[in-house]
Ligand binder design. Structure first.
Ligand SMILES: *Cc1c(COP(=O)(O)O)cnc(C)c1O
Length: 370
């Protein structure tokens, strides 16, 4: 059934497959599957030689440019084993498109989106037995691009590697969705307009560590990022997009250059519109949110991202002030979003927007959930 016009992806299988950990022993990103996808770029050939090979080490010269100047981007999506045994990737196309947007932001040559999507399908297909089946578990898929010029001059590289690795991950919420405590930082900044905030790049994660560390030192789970210029508008929470239900208005900050265009953000926006909510993509100050918290109109607050889907906020700290949101549990709308999105991911809920794609595996490899 393969399309002769499509670039062929060669597959070399491992001769030493590993045992997969039990589903209940899985955490996040510590164990990797038996194979990886890899593809190279150089100025002559462009992106070439797409292949699935045994998982293994990369050998890099110490002068490799990514190690010095951080020209690196990545993305993250998941494959789920449904109750029907089928394996579904969630929004593979949109993740492939975003990978290219990140490339453009860091002067990395873009890829054929169709080939990127096929790279996800190829690696998950080959490692299909690694997709766990216990409730809440999934296979995390991590495409990454690094600059591999061996030189210390500062300029966009002319050699790159694209690779995709996969990790079976445990349920994010082992005992039900649980609210977190977050601290708005007026000291650290994640991104500024004209910078890299819109890209999924290693640099943004490096830039987030001090602020995150400070929030943890003060007893909070995550840092709430404010804009880098006026230090008053809410940007993101940790590495998630942020949402608030104030009265009957759902508010999320607009994509104006500092915020990552989350795939979960887009899914949540689409569902809220389907359900008839008023969704405002607007700038919102930390003062407005604290005020809404004090006068009781801040009904729910949550973050969104691939790892957790939703992460409810139960407490928000800012300077010497703090507000509690809800009654220590998860808000009704936050829970509804979680249930609906995970329902689509595991094939329990109708996928009316065509967000999932079933991965081709030999029929014998489809397993029922116990
Ligand atoms: C990955 C990421 C998100 C969430 O994006 P999803 O596509 O929903 O996983 C949000 N903010 C930042 C900074 C991120 O890196």
């Amino acid at each position: 059934m393969s399309d002769p016009l499509k670039t062929p992806i060669s597959i070399t299988r491992t001769e030493t497959p590993h045992a997969r950990p039990a589903d209940n022993a899985l955490s996040f990103g510590k164990v990797f599957t038996d194979h990886m996808f890899i593809m190279n770029y150089n100025a002559d050939k462009g992106w070439h030689d797409p292949r699935v090979v045994p998982y293994g080490k990369l050998s890099l010269d110490p002068a490799t440019s990514v190690l010095h100047y951080g020209q690196a981007i990545f993305d993250g999506l998941k494959a789920f084993r449904g109750a029907d045994g089928k394996i579904r990737l969630f929004r593979a196309q949109r993740h492939a498109e975003r990978l290219n947007k990140s490339c453009a932001a860091l002067c990395i040559p873009t890829l054929d989106v169709d080939l990127v999507r096929r790279s996800f399908e190829a690696i998950v297909g080959v490692d299909n037995e690694w997709v766990p089946s216990a409730p809440g578990t999934s296979l995390y898929v991590r495409p990454t691009i690094i600059a591999t010029d061996v030189a210390l001059g500062v300029h966009p590289a002319t050699n790159y590697i694209y690779f995709v690795i996969c990790s079976p991950v445990g349920a994010y919420y082992k005992e039900g969705v649980k609210p977190v405590r977050i601290l708005a930082s007026d000291k650290y900044v994640r991104a500024v307009k004209g910078g890299l905030g819109e890209a999924k790049t290693a640099a943004n994660y490096a830039a987030s560590l001090s602020g995150q560390q400070e929030a943890e030192d003060k007893g909070y789970t995550q840092v709430l990022w404010l804009d880098g210029v006026e230090r008053k508008y809410i940007d993101e929470v940790g590495t998630m997009n942020i949402w608030m239900l104030i009265g009957d208005e759902v508010v999320t900050p607009p994509l104006e250059g500092t915020i990552l265009d989350g795939v979960t953000r887009n899914s949540v926006m689409t569902l809220l519109n389907d359900w008839g909510y008023t969704v405002s993509e607007r700038r919102i100050t930390i003062d407005e949110v604290m005020q809404a918290g004090h006068d009781g109109t801040l009904r729910e607050m949550w973050g969104t991202g691939t790892a957790a889907v939703v992460s409810p906020v139960g407490e928000l700290g800012y300077k010497d002030d703090k507000v509690f949101i809800g009654n220590g549990g998860t808000g009704a709308l936050t829970q509804r979003l979680y249930d609906h999105i995970t329902g689509i991911q595991y094939g329990r809920e109708a996928d009316t927007h065509g967000w999932t794609s079933v991965v081709d595996v030999p029929a014998a490899a489809e397993k029922q959930i116990a």
